[in-house]
Design a binder for this molecule. Structure first.
Ligand code: CTP
Length: 403
């Protein structure tokens, strides 16, 4: 999965011949899993039609401050467009538009959106070779870069004028990989390895029965996605679950029992920087596992159980550079119990779920958590989606690591 997956890309198209390549650029953004909206300068419509772009992006294309549908004049809100975007990509960026961007001119919707956008802005210049070298163009590049905008340099080659030189807009494939690399390079967890456990474990009674629990694995999978979207390389060790993930930075290893999870976790722990153990590991397992299916006979039936190994505690005992995070699911005396686990398992952070909070815990798509740090700071969060909780958790880890 591309780092652009799920991101909102606003593509700004200006009036250069390279605009014809933006049909392919939209397609590639969509293929990478991004949501795409297009804003065009009026003159760029001579080079590519809004219909092509709206069909490919599956969104309306805007080029003026108003549009008239069924005699109802509607305002195209440039502020909304700018705020919607995670990334604004202006390609092709003509000398004219770049000069206006550099000087704060705002005489079309694209420029107003540029001035409203708070997200990173990329621009891919395209023009003839002498225009590309002109001091005023070079001044625009300098100013735009000084504003924090990111230039995707033009390449050398045959130009529309028939001349050969620098000024060709970067090819759509190269624009995409340039942006992907740029994003990864600025991510706070790039070059970090994160180990995550998720889901329940199943402890066999006989070949067809097991002791398990209701953990869905959703929280752990969301944490894996949040870590990967911050650039981390993730090893996700999960018990049986219906959750799925496909991301180039997430390597999923499925296990069944607590002892398999223990072995898998220990085979990676030494190489990771952060370990987050969110799995609902069985605390006990049947002492003897029958090789054959147990037949019903007596009116009552007991299974002798023995403790499983506490994976989290075993990591706390051997950790050196690793940042270790545990979860605590409590029903009473929550804060004290969680603080106790933080200390006894030698953790840097514990995430407390109270089953007394509505919407928290297993199964659902929401969770209400409290973070307790190794300096005993207590940070309470509201009820949120598990996706948001996962993001909060990763931000907390980054904050503590930089403290
Ligand atoms: N955990 C683990 N291995 C186990 C049991 C738990 O790694 N065999 C981890 C869980 O992934 C979680 C944390 O320990 O991060 C807390 O689990 P929890 O069941 O709440 O606590 P326990 O220490 O098992 O204590 P108790 O069940 O008595 O509350």
């Amino acid at each position: 999965m591309s780092i652009l997956s799920g991101k909102n890309i606003l593509l700004g198209i200006t009036a250069g011949i390279a605009a014809y390549k933006t049909a392919n650029l939209v397609r590639l953004f969509i293929k990478a899993g991004a949501n795409v909206k297009v804003v065009m300068t009026p003159a760029s419509k001579d080079f590519i039609t809004p219909l092509t772009l709206s069909t490919l992006s599956k969104n309306p294309v805007h080029s003026s401050f108003t549009h008239d549908d069924d005699d109802n004049a509607m305002w195209n809100n440039h502020v909304e467009l700018g705020l919607w975007a995670d990334y604004f990509v202006i390609a092709p960026a003509t000398a004219n538009t770049m000069s206006k961007m550099a000087n704060g001119t705002c005489d079309n919707l694209l420029l107003a959106t540029y001035l409203s956008a708070k997200c990173p802005v990329y621009f891919a210049p395209a023009m003839d070779l002498d225009m590309y070298k002109h001091p005023s163009t070079l001044e625009s590049f300098k100013l735009l870069k000084s504003f924090g905008n990111i230039m995707i340099p033009a390449t050398s080659g045959e130009l529309a004028s028939g001349l050969v030189g620098e000024g060709r807009m970067a090819e759509p494939e190269d624009i995409i990989s340039f942006i992907e690399k740029e994003i990864i390079n600025t991510l706070p967890l790039r070059e970090k390895k994160v180990l995550i456990t998720a889901g329940p474990t199943y402890e066999a009674i006989d070949p067809v029965r097991f002791i398990g629990n209701h953990s869905s694995g959703k929280m752990g999978f969301e944490i894996a996605k949040a870590a990967a979207s911050l650039g981390a390389e993730v090893i996700l060790i999960s018990g049986p679950t219906s959750q799925q993930v496909s991301h180039s930075l997430i390597d999923v290893k499925f296990v069944t029992s607590a002892s398999e999870m223990y072995d898998a976790v220990h085979s990676y722990f030494k190489t990771v920087d952060i370990a987050i153990l969110s799995a609902a590991v069985a605390d006990y397992k049947p002492k003897n596992v029958s090789d054959i299916k147990i037949k019903k006979a007596a009116a009552t039936f007991s299974i002798e159980l023995e403790k499983t190994k506490d994976i989290l505690k075993s990591l706390g005992a051997i950790k050196n550079h690793q940042f270790l995070v545990g979860f605590a699911l409590e029903t009473n005396n929550e804060l004290d119990n969680a603080k106790g686990k933080l200390k006894s398992k030698n953790l840097n952070l514990i995430v407390l779920n109270s089953l007394n909070d509505q919407g928290a815990g297993f199964g659902g798509s929401t969770n209400k958590v409290t973070f307790i740090t190794d300096t005993e700071e207590v940070i309470e969060h509201q009820l949120k989606s598990k996706t948001e909780v996962a993001r909060d958790l990763m931000q907390q880890i980054i904050k503590q690591q930089h403290a």
